[in-house]
Ligand binder design. Structure first.
Ligand SMILES: NC(=O)C1=CN([C@@H]2O[C@H](COP(=O)(O)OP(=O)(O)OC[C@H]3O[C@@H](n4cnc5c(N)ncnc54)[C@H](O)[C@@H]3O)[C@@H](O)[C@H]2O)C=CC1
Ligand SMILES: O=C([O-])CC(=O)C(=O)O
Length: 341
Protein backbone atom coordinates (compact mmCIF):
# COMPACT_ATOMS: atom_id res chain seq x y z
CA UNK A 1 0.00 0.00 0.00
CA UNK A 2 2.80 2.37 1.03
CA UNK A 3 4.85 1.44 -2.07
CA UNK A 4 1.83 2.00 -4.32
CA UNK A 5 1.30 5.44 -2.79
CA UNK A 6 4.99 6.29 -3.35
CA UNK A 7 4.79 5.26 -7.01
CA UNK A 8 1.64 7.36 -7.41
CA UNK A 9 3.31 10.38 -5.77
CA UNK A 10 6.37 9.99 -8.00
CA UNK A 11 4.27 9.77 -11.15
CA UNK A 12 2.31 12.86 -10.03
CA UNK A 13 5.57 14.75 -9.52
CA UNK A 14 6.76 13.69 -12.98
CA UNK A 15 3.46 14.81 -14.55
CA UNK A 16 3.74 18.12 -12.74
CA UNK A 17 7.31 18.78 -13.81
CA UNK A 18 6.52 17.77 -17.39
CA UNK A 19 3.80 20.39 -17.72
CA UNK A 20 5.13 23.12 -15.44
CA UNK A 21 7.99 25.25 -16.64
CA UNK A 22 10.69 26.32 -14.22
CA UNK A 23 12.60 28.62 -16.59
CA UNK A 24 10.72 31.27 -18.53
CA UNK A 25 12.41 33.32 -21.19
CA UNK A 26 10.33 36.32 -22.25
CA UNK A 27 11.23 38.31 -25.37
CA UNK A 28 10.09 41.83 -26.21
CA UNK A 29 10.30 42.94 -29.86
CA UNK A 30 10.18 46.74 -29.97
CA UNK A 31 11.69 46.91 -26.48
CA UNK A 32 13.14 50.43 -26.77
CA UNK A 33 9.82 52.12 -27.56
CA UNK A 34 7.27 53.99 -25.50
CA UNK A 35 5.58 50.73 -24.50
CA UNK A 36 8.63 48.50 -24.81
CA UNK A 37 10.70 50.22 -22.11
CA UNK A 38 8.18 50.28 -19.24
CA UNK A 39 6.92 46.83 -20.27
CA UNK A 40 10.46 45.47 -20.07
CA UNK A 41 10.88 47.16 -16.68
CA UNK A 42 7.72 45.49 -15.33
CA UNK A 43 8.83 42.12 -16.70
CA UNK A 44 12.20 42.53 -14.98
CA UNK A 45 10.33 42.98 -11.70
CA UNK A 46 8.38 39.75 -12.26
CA UNK A 47 10.04 36.83 -10.43
CA UNK A 48 8.37 34.34 -12.81
CA UNK A 49 10.58 35.66 -15.64
CA UNK A 50 14.01 34.04 -15.56
CA UNK A 51 15.42 35.54 -18.76
CA UNK A 52 14.40 38.78 -20.44
CA UNK A 53 15.45 39.25 -24.04
CA UNK A 54 15.09 42.73 -25.54
CA UNK A 55 15.15 43.42 -29.29
CA UNK A 56 14.62 46.64 -31.21
CA UNK A 57 15.96 48.24 -34.38
CA UNK A 58 17.59 50.84 -32.09
CA UNK A 59 18.79 51.12 -28.50
CA UNK A 60 17.93 47.63 -27.22
CA UNK A 61 21.43 46.95 -25.77
CA UNK A 62 21.22 50.27 -23.90
CA UNK A 63 17.79 49.49 -22.47
CA UNK A 64 19.00 46.00 -21.54
CA UNK A 65 22.12 47.38 -19.78
CA UNK A 66 19.98 49.82 -17.81
CA UNK A 67 17.27 47.33 -16.80
CA UNK A 68 19.92 44.66 -16.17
CA UNK A 69 21.18 46.58 -13.12
CA UNK A 70 17.89 46.05 -11.28
CA UNK A 71 18.44 43.63 -8.42
CA UNK A 72 16.10 40.84 -9.43
CA UNK A 73 17.41 37.45 -10.53
CA UNK A 74 16.51 37.39 -14.23
CA UNK A 75 19.22 37.66 -16.86
CA UNK A 76 18.70 40.50 -19.36
CA UNK A 77 20.08 40.54 -22.91
CA UNK A 78 19.82 43.21 -25.62
CA UNK A 79 19.72 42.40 -29.34
CA UNK A 80 20.17 44.50 -32.46
CA UNK A 81 19.13 43.88 -36.07
CA UNK A 82 22.35 42.06 -36.97
CA UNK A 83 22.35 38.84 -39.05
CA UNK A 84 21.65 36.74 -35.96
CA UNK A 85 20.05 39.37 -33.69
CA UNK A 86 16.43 38.26 -33.99
CA UNK A 87 17.36 34.58 -33.85
CA UNK A 88 19.28 35.06 -30.61
CA UNK A 89 16.51 37.20 -29.14
CA UNK A 90 13.86 34.60 -29.91
CA UNK A 91 15.44 31.17 -29.47
CA UNK A 92 14.03 29.42 -26.40
CA UNK A 93 11.37 32.06 -25.67
CA UNK A 94 8.21 30.95 -23.91
CA UNK A 95 6.50 34.29 -24.46
CA UNK A 96 7.13 36.88 -27.17
CA UNK A 97 5.49 40.30 -26.82
CA UNK A 98 5.39 42.53 -29.90
CA UNK A 99 4.89 46.25 -29.31
CA UNK A 100 7.01 47.19 -32.37
CA UNK A 101 5.49 49.69 -34.76
CA UNK A 102 4.36 53.28 -35.06
CA UNK A 103 1.75 54.82 -32.73
CA UNK A 104 -1.10 57.18 -33.70
CA UNK A 105 -1.08 60.94 -33.88
CA UNK A 106 -4.23 63.04 -33.27
CA UNK A 107 -6.76 62.65 -36.09
CA UNK A 108 -5.59 59.16 -37.05
CA UNK A 109 -7.47 55.89 -36.60
CA UNK A 110 -5.68 52.67 -35.70
CA UNK A 111 -6.36 51.49 -39.23
CA UNK A 112 -4.27 54.44 -40.51
CA UNK A 113 -1.26 52.61 -39.00
CA UNK A 114 -1.92 49.54 -41.14
CA UNK A 115 0.45 50.33 -44.02
CA UNK A 116 3.48 50.82 -41.79
CA UNK A 117 2.81 48.30 -39.04
CA UNK A 118 1.61 45.42 -41.22
CA UNK A 119 5.06 44.97 -42.74
CA UNK A 120 6.86 45.39 -39.39
CA UNK A 121 4.63 42.71 -37.84
CA UNK A 122 5.01 40.45 -40.89
CA UNK A 123 8.82 40.54 -40.58
CA UNK A 124 8.78 39.89 -36.84
CA UNK A 125 6.13 37.15 -37.08
CA UNK A 126 8.24 35.44 -39.74
CA UNK A 127 11.22 35.43 -37.39
CA UNK A 128 9.03 34.07 -34.57
CA UNK A 129 7.74 31.27 -36.83
CA UNK A 130 11.33 30.37 -37.65
CA UNK A 131 13.02 30.71 -34.25
CA UNK A 132 10.25 30.39 -31.63
CA UNK A 133 7.36 28.54 -33.30
CA UNK A 134 6.08 27.18 -29.99
CA UNK A 135 6.15 30.42 -28.03
CA UNK A 136 3.03 32.29 -26.96
CA UNK A 137 2.88 35.28 -29.29
CA UNK A 138 1.32 38.44 -27.81
CA UNK A 139 0.51 41.11 -30.38
CA UNK A 140 0.28 44.70 -29.16
CA UNK A 141 1.09 46.53 -32.44
CA UNK A 142 -1.94 48.21 -34.00
CA UNK A 143 -4.27 47.71 -35.70
CA UNK A 144 -4.55 44.55 -33.55
CA UNK A 145 -7.74 43.51 -35.41
CA UNK A 146 -5.60 43.11 -38.56
CA UNK A 147 -2.08 42.40 -37.24
CA UNK A 148 -3.21 39.23 -35.41
CA UNK A 149 -4.68 37.67 -38.60
CA UNK A 150 -1.46 38.65 -40.40
CA UNK A 151 0.57 36.68 -37.83
CA UNK A 152 -1.74 33.69 -38.18
CA UNK A 153 -1.22 33.66 -41.96
CA UNK A 154 2.57 33.94 -41.58
CA UNK A 155 2.57 30.95 -39.21
CA UNK A 156 0.23 28.97 -41.51
CA UNK A 157 2.51 29.62 -44.49
CA UNK A 158 5.44 28.26 -42.45
CA UNK A 159 3.37 25.22 -41.37
CA UNK A 160 3.68 26.04 -37.65
CA UNK A 161 0.36 27.75 -36.83
CA UNK A 162 -1.01 26.85 -33.41
CA UNK A 163 -4.18 28.90 -32.75
CA UNK A 164 -3.79 28.28 -29.02
CA UNK A 165 -0.57 30.31 -28.91
CA UNK A 166 -1.55 33.52 -30.72
CA UNK A 167 -3.07 36.40 -28.72
CA UNK A 168 -4.09 39.95 -29.55
CA UNK A 169 -3.59 41.93 -26.36
CA UNK A 170 -6.90 43.63 -25.48
CA UNK A 171 -6.24 43.79 -21.74
CA UNK A 172 -6.05 47.59 -21.79
CA UNK A 173 -9.73 47.77 -22.77
CA UNK A 174 -10.67 45.79 -19.66
CA UNK A 175 -8.34 47.87 -17.50
CA UNK A 176 -10.02 51.06 -18.79
CA UNK A 177 -13.56 49.66 -18.56
CA UNK A 178 -12.90 48.69 -14.94
CA UNK A 179 -11.29 52.01 -14.04
CA UNK A 180 -14.00 54.11 -15.70
CA UNK A 181 -16.91 52.31 -13.98
CA UNK A 182 -15.16 52.67 -10.63
CA UNK A 183 -14.97 56.42 -11.23
CA UNK A 184 -18.72 56.56 -11.86
CA UNK A 185 -19.75 54.27 -9.03
CA UNK A 186 -17.11 55.25 -6.46
CA UNK A 187 -15.90 51.65 -6.13
CA UNK A 188 -12.38 50.26 -5.81
CA UNK A 189 -11.15 49.64 -9.41
CA UNK A 190 -9.10 46.70 -8.13
CA UNK A 191 -12.38 44.92 -7.42
CA UNK A 192 -13.87 45.66 -10.85
CA UNK A 193 -13.36 43.33 -13.79
CA UNK A 194 -15.68 44.41 -16.57
CA UNK A 195 -15.95 41.94 -19.44
CA UNK A 196 -15.00 43.51 -22.77
CA UNK A 197 -15.47 41.54 -25.99
CA UNK A 198 -14.90 41.98 -29.73
CA UNK A 199 -11.73 43.57 -31.01
CA UNK A 200 -9.42 46.49 -30.26
CA UNK A 201 -10.60 49.63 -31.99
CA UNK A 202 -13.58 51.96 -31.73
CA UNK A 203 -16.90 50.22 -32.28
CA UNK A 204 -15.31 46.76 -32.17
CA UNK A 205 -14.68 47.27 -28.43
CA UNK A 206 -17.83 46.13 -26.60
CA UNK A 207 -18.02 46.44 -22.79
CA UNK A 208 -20.61 44.20 -21.12
CA UNK A 209 -21.52 46.18 -18.03
CA UNK A 210 -24.62 44.09 -17.42
CA UNK A 211 -22.50 41.02 -16.66
CA UNK A 212 -21.09 42.84 -13.64
CA UNK A 213 -24.58 43.68 -12.41
CA UNK A 214 -24.48 47.34 -13.51
CA UNK A 215 -27.37 48.95 -15.32
CA UNK A 216 -26.44 52.43 -16.52
CA UNK A 217 -29.03 53.87 -18.89
CA UNK A 218 -29.46 56.72 -21.39
CA UNK A 219 -26.73 59.31 -21.71
CA UNK A 220 -24.74 57.83 -18.80
CA UNK A 221 -24.52 54.47 -20.58
CA UNK A 222 -23.71 56.05 -23.96
CA UNK A 223 -20.95 58.18 -22.42
CA UNK A 224 -19.49 55.17 -20.63
CA UNK A 225 -19.47 52.98 -23.72
CA UNK A 226 -17.97 55.80 -25.80
CA UNK A 227 -15.21 56.35 -23.24
CA UNK A 228 -14.26 52.65 -23.25
CA UNK A 229 -14.39 52.43 -27.05
CA UNK A 230 -12.39 55.63 -27.56
CA UNK A 231 -10.20 55.64 -24.44
CA UNK A 232 -7.15 55.34 -26.68
CA UNK A 233 -8.12 58.57 -28.48
CA UNK A 234 -8.29 60.37 -25.12
CA UNK A 235 -4.60 59.59 -24.57
CA UNK A 236 -3.60 60.34 -28.18
CA UNK A 237 -5.24 63.77 -27.90
CA UNK A 238 -3.68 64.52 -24.50
CA UNK A 239 -0.19 63.52 -25.73
CA UNK A 240 -0.72 65.97 -28.57
CA UNK A 241 1.37 64.35 -31.30
CA UNK A 242 3.85 62.54 -29.04
CA UNK A 243 2.18 59.12 -29.37
CA UNK A 244 -0.48 57.03 -27.68
CA UNK A 245 -0.92 55.06 -24.46
CA UNK A 246 2.40 53.60 -23.34
CA UNK A 247 2.43 53.33 -19.54
CA UNK A 248 -1.07 51.91 -19.07
CA UNK A 249 -0.39 49.60 -22.03
CA UNK A 250 2.86 48.41 -20.44
CA UNK A 251 0.91 47.56 -17.30
CA UNK A 252 -1.75 45.74 -19.33
CA UNK A 253 0.86 43.79 -21.36
CA UNK A 254 2.77 42.82 -18.21
CA UNK A 255 -0.50 41.67 -16.60
CA UNK A 256 -1.30 39.47 -19.59
CA UNK A 257 2.22 37.98 -19.67
CA UNK A 258 2.01 37.32 -15.91
CA UNK A 259 -1.30 35.50 -16.41
CA UNK A 260 0.21 33.28 -19.10
CA UNK A 261 3.19 32.50 -16.88
CA UNK A 262 0.93 31.65 -13.95
CA UNK A 263 -1.07 29.30 -16.19
CA UNK A 264 2.03 27.67 -17.68
CA UNK A 265 3.44 27.22 -14.17
CA UNK A 266 0.39 25.19 -13.15
CA UNK A 267 -2.14 27.69 -11.77
CA UNK A 268 -5.73 26.82 -12.68
CA UNK A 269 -8.60 29.19 -13.45
CA UNK A 270 -6.48 31.99 -14.94
CA UNK A 271 -8.82 33.99 -17.17
CA UNK A 272 -7.99 37.00 -19.34
CA UNK A 273 -9.86 38.70 -22.15
CA UNK A 274 -7.94 38.33 -25.40
CA UNK A 275 -8.38 38.43 -29.19
CA UNK A 276 -7.86 34.86 -30.39
CA UNK A 277 -8.75 32.46 -33.17
CA UNK A 278 -12.30 31.80 -31.96
CA UNK A 279 -15.23 29.70 -33.15
CA UNK A 280 -17.84 32.15 -31.84
CA UNK A 281 -18.52 34.26 -34.97
CA UNK A 282 -16.79 32.33 -37.74
CA UNK A 283 -20.20 31.91 -39.39
CA UNK A 284 -20.28 35.72 -39.77
CA UNK A 285 -16.81 35.96 -41.32
CA UNK A 286 -15.03 36.71 -38.04
CA UNK A 287 -12.21 34.25 -37.41
CA UNK A 288 -10.76 36.16 -34.45
CA UNK A 289 -12.74 37.48 -31.52
CA UNK A 290 -12.00 38.62 -27.97
CA UNK A 291 -13.87 37.11 -25.04
CA UNK A 292 -12.69 35.87 -21.69
CA UNK A 293 -10.25 33.03 -22.26
CA UNK A 294 -9.03 30.53 -19.72
CA UNK A 295 -5.27 30.11 -20.06
CA UNK A 296 -3.29 26.92 -19.48
CA UNK A 297 0.12 25.35 -20.11
CA UNK A 298 -0.78 25.03 -23.80
CA UNK A 299 -1.92 28.64 -24.18
CA UNK A 300 -5.66 28.88 -24.83
CA UNK A 301 -7.39 26.33 -22.59
CA UNK A 302 -11.02 27.37 -23.01
CA UNK A 303 -12.74 30.17 -24.92
CA UNK A 304 -15.69 31.46 -22.96
CA UNK A 305 -18.91 32.24 -24.82
CA UNK A 306 -20.30 35.79 -24.80
CA UNK A 307 -23.02 34.82 -22.31
CA UNK A 308 -26.20 36.70 -21.45
CA UNK A 309 -26.29 40.29 -22.71
CA UNK A 310 -28.85 43.11 -22.93
CA UNK A 311 -30.55 44.25 -26.16
CA UNK A 312 -28.36 47.35 -26.12
CA UNK A 313 -25.20 45.24 -25.85
CA UNK A 314 -26.48 43.01 -28.67
CA UNK A 315 -26.80 46.09 -30.92
CA UNK A 316 -23.21 47.09 -30.10
CA UNK A 317 -22.10 43.53 -30.80
CA UNK A 318 -23.76 43.48 -34.22
CA UNK A 319 -21.89 46.64 -35.26
CA UNK A 320 -18.68 45.17 -33.82
CA UNK A 321 -18.95 41.92 -35.79
CA UNK A 322 -19.53 43.77 -39.06
CA UNK A 323 -16.46 46.03 -38.55
CA UNK A 324 -14.29 43.19 -37.33
CA UNK A 325 -14.99 41.05 -40.38
CA UNK A 326 -13.61 43.90 -42.55
CA UNK A 327 -10.53 44.49 -40.35
CA UNK A 328 -9.68 40.79 -40.31
CA UNK A 329 -10.08 40.22 -44.03
CA UNK A 330 -8.00 43.35 -44.72
CA UNK A 331 -5.10 41.75 -42.84
CA UNK A 332 -5.53 38.36 -44.49
CA UNK A 333 -5.80 39.79 -48.01
CA UNK A 334 -2.79 42.05 -47.48
CA UNK A 335 -0.47 39.28 -46.27
CA UNK A 336 -1.57 36.99 -49.10
CA UNK A 337 -0.69 39.74 -51.61
CA UNK A 338 2.50 40.74 -49.74
CA UNK A 339 4.23 37.67 -48.31
CA UNK A 340 7.61 38.10 -46.63
CA UNK A 341 10.30 37.79 -49.31
N1 LIG B 1 -2.88 46.74 -28.11
C1 LIG B 1 -3.02 47.86 -27.44
O1 LIG B 1 -3.87 47.95 -26.56
C2 LIG B 1 -2.13 49.03 -27.70
C3 LIG B 1 -1.33 49.05 -28.80
N2 LIG B 1 -0.49 50.11 -29.05
C4 LIG B 1 0.35 50.04 -30.26
O2 LIG B 1 1.67 49.63 -29.89
C5 LIG B 1 2.58 50.05 -30.91
C6 LIG B 1 3.83 50.68 -30.29
O3 LIG B 1 3.52 51.87 -29.63
P1 LIG B 1 4.66 52.74 -28.90
O4 LIG B 1 5.52 51.88 -28.08
O5 LIG B 1 4.00 53.89 -28.28
O6 LIG B 1 5.50 53.23 -30.18
P2 LIG B 1 7.04 53.74 -30.18
O7 LIG B 1 7.24 54.39 -31.51
O8 LIG B 1 7.32 54.53 -28.97
O9 LIG B 1 7.86 52.39 -30.10
C7 LIG B 1 7.87 51.46 -31.12
C8 LIG B 1 9.21 50.77 -31.12
O10 LIG B 1 9.20 49.79 -32.15
C9 LIG B 1 10.49 49.79 -32.72
N3 LIG B 1 10.45 49.17 -34.04
C10 LIG B 1 10.01 49.67 -35.21
N4 LIG B 1 10.17 48.79 -36.20
C11 LIG B 1 10.72 47.69 -35.64
C12 LIG B 1 11.13 46.44 -36.15
N5 LIG B 1 11.01 46.12 -37.43
N6 LIG B 1 11.66 45.56 -35.27
C13 LIG B 1 11.79 45.85 -33.96
N7 LIG B 1 11.42 47.02 -33.43
C14 LIG B 1 10.89 47.93 -34.27
C15 LIG B 1 10.91 51.24 -32.75
O11 LIG B 1 12.31 51.37 -32.90
C16 LIG B 1 10.40 51.71 -31.39
O12 LIG B 1 11.38 51.58 -30.40
C17 LIG B 1 1.80 51.01 -31.79
O13 LIG B 1 1.41 50.33 -32.97
C18 LIG B 1 0.57 51.34 -30.97
O14 LIG B 1 -0.53 51.71 -31.75
C19 LIG B 1 -0.44 51.16 -28.20
C20 LIG B 1 -1.20 51.19 -27.07
C21 LIG B 1 -2.16 50.16 -26.76
O1 LIG C 1 -5.23 54.37 -29.22
C1 LIG C 1 -4.16 53.93 -29.70
O2 LIG C 1 -3.75 54.21 -30.82
C2 LIG C 1 -3.36 53.00 -28.87
C3 LIG C 1 -4.24 51.96 -28.34
O3 LIG C 1 -4.50 50.95 -28.98
C4 LIG C 1 -4.94 52.21 -27.09
O4 LIG C 1 -4.56 53.13 -26.32
O5 LIG C 1 -5.90 51.50 -26.80
Amino acid sequence: MFAARQVFAQSQRRCFSASVRQASKVTVLGAAGGIGQPLSLLLKLNPRVTELSLYDVRLAPGVAADIGHINTKSKVTGHEPTASGLKEALTGAEIVLIPAGVPRKPGMTRDDLFNTNASIVRTLATACAEHAPEANLLIISNPVNSTVPICAEVFKAKGVYNPKRLFGVTTLDVVRASRFISEIKGTDPANENITVIGGHSGATIVPLLSQSGYSLTGEKLDNYVYRVQFGGDEVVKAKDGAGSATLSMAMAGARFAESLLKASQGQKGVIEPTFVDSPLYKDRGVDFFATNVELGPNGVEKIHPVGKITDHEQKLLDVCVEDLAKNISKGVEWIKANPEK
